[in-house]
Design a protein around this ligand. Structure first.
Ligand code: PLP
Length: 491
């Protein structure tokens, strides 16, 4: 493809993307293809002779789009939606056209300098303490691919720091603390690094948030056993229920255990900190006072296209001490002088995508005010949905609604009094039947979860195009499916 062919194909691609967005609402949310569907449409191997690009572009529409689940659909309420914006799409296009793995400052100064600046903008937007800013010279922020990568980096840095201060620690004694509600990233970090992971118990009475007493007891037990817990991954906004670990209580415990690194995984909920009214509830003050590292994914609830996971550390030296490996071919004058950031030493790989461009485009185009108003709108929409559940004679809330997430299930009262009373297992089965009906539909997408043995359903608001009419549709549809599930159950 030459430059003029690229120009033509590029215009067409933008036209088609616009058509896609115009048609999004009329498409099914969920792809209905069967496993292996694509094999029949693909050649067995790379074509020997290059093909005409128009045919390739048309095949994308014919074969790939039908196999996509439309995460930008306004009735996508599954997992945590990823709010994508046109500003981000365009930034990715520019970034990919520069095709630049800016790992050192000198390998592309703009990549490093823009990242350092937008990470400071983002920190200020969320109200993070100035100690986390790149401008502080001590702490700093960088863009990672995912929250799982961010957590892994935090664990690597924490381990290195702990081993520096506790020379004779055996690897087999080191323990990563998580809770039973921590995302799979905790176990995965343990798996990758060959370290033990201890998931601390949380209870329904505490709305699945980690309490200080539980942490203290685990520390006491482990001390007796000669174990060395060196990091706690605490969560602000768990995946299953949006639980917020009790950070003030954790802070009190950690005061007596300063060698315990505390990483805050706020992959989803972190964006809510942009609105001052959410800060107390998410314990921002305490996070600012003592957390060693903090992560949120702007590609979840932050209007930036996947991927854009932000990771801040209180002390950048802890990252570079653990991750700086500099063979001669990576040495540079500025790097040697220590006058610039070389982001390759702040993450796992060498090369890195030019992610800061999309953060810059989105932040400038929305402004802090536009960003906050999107967050407030989604929280408001979730409030409406939660109100509907509270007033329903068929559904109940399982936990208090958290920001833009509601967890609910069919209520035992929805079964007719003539039926035998439901035990917990039957109620779970009834709810599985209910969810089975919802997930068989293609016009809405929600996810299931289990909270300490209780089967429930989650609805997360966040897709950029969701409005009140989609919440109303979701309520009507859930009401109908609840009736049908109960009817089927009673027969
Ligand atoms: N942490 C929380 C609280 C999440 O909800 C998720 C994903 O939904 C993750 C971590 C994992 O995110 P990633 O895919 O960026 O690793």
């Amino acid at each position: 493809m030459d430059i003029e062919q690229f120009r033509k194909a590029g215009y067409q691609a933008i036209d088609r993307i616009c058509d896609y967005y115009y048609s999004l609402e009329n498409r099914p949310v969920i792809s209905k293809v069967e496993p292996g569907y694509l094999k029949d449409h693909l050649a067995q191997s790379i074509p020997e002779k290059g093909e005409d690009f128009q045919i390739i572009a048309d095949d994308y529409q014919r074969f790939i789009v039908p196999g996509l689940t439309h995460w930008q659909h306004p009735s996508f309420f599954a997992y945590f939606p990823t709010a994508c914006t046109f500003e981000g799409i365009l930034a990715d296009l520019y970034a990919t056209s520069a095709c630049n793995p800016g790992f050192n400052w000198s390998s592309s100064p703009a990549c490093t300098e823009l990242e350092a600046s937008v990470m400071d903008w983002a920190a200020q937007l969320l109200g993070l303490s100035p100690v986390f800013l790149n401008g502080s010279g001590t702490g700093g922020g960088s863009l990672q691919s995912t929250a799982s990568d961010s957590a892994l980096i935090a664990v690597v840095a924490a381990r290195s720091l702990y081993q520096r201060d506790h020379h004779n620690t055996k690897m087999e004694d080191l323990v990563i603390y998580t809770t039973t509600q921590t995302h799979s990233l905790g176990l995965k970090a343990g798996l990758i690094l060959g370290l033990s992971v201890r998931a601390l118990e949380v209870t329904a009475e505490d709305e699945f948030a980690l309490r200080g007493v539980t942490l203290q007891k685990a520390l006491d037990d482990d001390e007796k056993q000669g174990k060395k817990p060196f990091i706690l991954i605490a969560t602000v906004g768990t995946t299953s229920s949006g639980a917020i670990d009790n950070i003030p209580e954790i802070q009190q415990v950690v005061k007596k255990q300063p060698s315990l690194w505390v990483h805050i995984d706020a992959a989803w909920a972190g964006a809510a900190l942009s609105c001052p009214e959410n800060r107390e509830r998410c314990y921002l003050k305490e996070i600012n006072e003592f957390a060693n590292s903090f992560c949120t994914n702007f590609h979840k609830w932050g209007l930036v296209n996947f991927d854009a996971s932000t990771l801040w550390v209180r002390n950048r030296r802890h990252l570079t001490d653990a991750l700086d490996v500099t063979p001669p071919f990576l040495r540079t004058t500025h790097g040697d002088a220590g006058t610039v950031i070389d982001y390759r030493n702040w993450h796992l790989a060498l090369g890195r995508r030019f992610r800061s461009l999309k953060m810059w485009f989105v932040f400038r185009s929305f402004g802090a005010e536009g960003f906050r108003s999107y967050i407030r709108r989604t929280i408001q929409l979730n409030k409406k949905f939660a109100e509907y559940v509270s007033l329903s004679d068929k559904l109940i809330l399982v936990t208090s609604p958290s920001l833009a997430l509601t967890v609910f299930r069919l209520s035992p009262k929805s079964i007719s009094p003539a039926q035998p009373a439901l035990d917990e297992q039957s109620l779970n089965n009834l709810n599985r039947l209910f969810y089975g009906r919802i997930s068989a539909r293609d016009d809405i997408m929600l996810t299931q979860t289990v909270l300490n043995g209780v089967y429930c359903i989650r609805l997360a608001v966040g897709a950029a195009r969701t409005n009140e009419s989609h919440i109303k549709q979701a309520c009507d549809l859930l009401h109908k499916e609840a009736e049908l599930a109960i009817e089927a159950w009673e027969q």
